[in-house]
Design a protein around this ligand. Structure first.
Ligand code: NAP
Length: 287
C-alpha cells in the first residue's frame, strides 16, 4: 500500500448504503475496510478501539444506524443507544485518534411542515423517536472535537440492496394489477449509489474548513405515488397506481408531509451537480 493512500473504514457494512460504497470500491484507490455490526459494534467502545488499533483509518464513514422508523417508537432505548450513544462513542474515539468522520443523518430531524426545501440552517424539530435519536447523534458529532467531519443528511434512499421503497414497489407490481400508494407525503427519492459515489469522490477534500452539515438528496421532488408510478413505468409494467391519503395507512411513527432537503449547499461547496431523481432511477438494467 502506498503511504499516501487514504485508508477508509466503513461501519454498518451489512446495510444498504455501505453495500453501495462497497460496490464502488474498485473505482477508488483507497485502502477500504468494511466492518459489519459483528466486527465493529458502535455501541461497544472496546469493539471500536480494537478495530481502530488494528486498522488505523484516516477516515470513517459511519453508515451504522438503527433505521426501523416505526419500531423505534417502542424500541426507543435501543434506537437512542445506537443512533445517539453509539455515534457519540464513535465520535469520541475519532477525536482522540484524530480520525475524520463522515456520518449519515436524515430528513426526519425536521418537522416536515415547511412548503419549501429544508436548508441546513433551518431549525430542527424531529417528530419521531427515530428522528430524535438521529438528531442526538448529530449533536454528539458537533460537540466532539473532531479534526474534520461531515454530517450528510439524506432521505428516501433506495438501491438494489436491503429493504427500500423501490424494491417493494417493484416486487408488488410484478404480482398485482393495482397498487394504492400515498400521495400526501413529498420528498426526494435518492439513489444510494449516487450518495456513495459523492462520498468516495469527495472524501479527500474533507477538512476542517468544510466540516459541517450538508444535505444530499437527488434533485427535484415527488410524492410516494409519483415515485411508484415512475418505478412501474421504467420497468415496463402495467400495474395501475391509485393515489391515497396516508390516513388510510396509519403507521406507528408519523411520516413528514414535506421533507425535501435543499441540496444547493453541497453542490456549491464541492462544485458538482446532483441529478434529478427521475434521471437517477436505475432502469431495467438495475444499478
Ligand atoms: N434508508 C433511508 O431511506 C434513509 C433515509 C435517511 C437517512 N438514512 C440514514 O442513512 C444511513 C444508512 O442507511 P441504510 O439505508 O444503509 O440503513 P440500513 O440498511 O438499515 O443499514 C444500517 C446498518 O447498520 C448496522 N448497525 C445497526 N446497529 C449497529 C451497531 N450498533 N454497530 C454497527 N452497525 C450497526 C445494521 O446492522 P443490522 O442489520 O445487524 O441491524 C445495518 O447493517 C443511516 O444512518 C440512516 O439513518 C437512511
Amino acid at each position: 500500500m502506498a503511504s499516501d493512500q487514504l485508508s477508509v473504514l466503513v461501519t454498518g457494512a451489512g446495510g444498504q448504503l455501505a453495500q453501495c460504497i462497497q460496490k464502488l470500491q474498485p473505482d477508488f484507490d483507497y485502502a477500504f475496510y468494511f466492518k459489519d455490526r459483528k466486527a465493529l459494534n458502535i455501541t461497544d467502545a472496546a469493539s471500536i478501539n480494537s478495530a481502530l488499533d488494528k486498522l488505523k483509518p484516516d477516515v470513517i464513514i459511519n453508515t451504522a444506524a438503527y433505521t426501523q422508523v416505526d419500531l423505534a417508537e417502542t424500541e426507543t432505548e435501543q434506537a437512542f443507544n445506537i443512533n445517539h450513544l453509539g455515534v457519540a462513542n464513535l465520535a469520541a474515539r475519532c477525536a482522540e485518534r484524530v480520525i475524520k468522520l463522515i456520518h449519515i443523518s436524515t430528513d426526519y430531524v425536521f418537522d416536515g411542515k415547511l412548503d419549501r426545501p429544508y436548508l441546513e440552517t433551518d431549525p430542527t424539530k424531529p417528530q419521531t423517536a427515530y428522528g430524535k435519536s438521529k438528531l442526538a447523534g448529530e449533536h454528539s458529532i458537533l460537540e466532539a472535537k473532531l479534526p474534520a467531519f461531515w454530517i450528510l443528511r439524506t432521505a428516501w434512499l433506495y438501491s438494489i440492496y436491503g429493504k427500500n421503497f423501490y424494491k417493494t414497489i417493484l416486487n408488488l407490481a410484478q404480482s398485482r394489477d393495482e397498487l394504492s400508494v400515498v400521495n400526501d407525503q413529498t420528498g426526494a427519492p435518492t439513489q444510494a449509489l449516487d450518495l456513495a459515489r459523492f462520498i468516495l469522490e469527495n472524501l479527500p477534500k474533507l477538512n476542517k474548513q468544510n466540516s459541517g452539515i450538508y444535505h444530499y438528496v437527488n434533485s427535484g421532488q415527488a410524492t410516494w405515488f409519483d415515485f411508484a408510478k415512475a418505478i412501474i413505468a421504467e420497468n415496463g409494467l402495467m400495474t395501475s397506481v391509485i393515489p391515497v391519503a396516508s390516513s388510510q395507512y396509519p403507521t406507528a411513527a408519523r411520516r413528514p408531509e414535506y421533507s425535501v432537503l435543499a441540496n444547493s449547499k453541497i453542490q456549491e461547496t464541492f462544485n458538482f451537480s446532483i441529478r434529478h431523481w427521475s434521471e437517477a432511477l436505475p432502469g431495467q438494467a438495475r444499478v
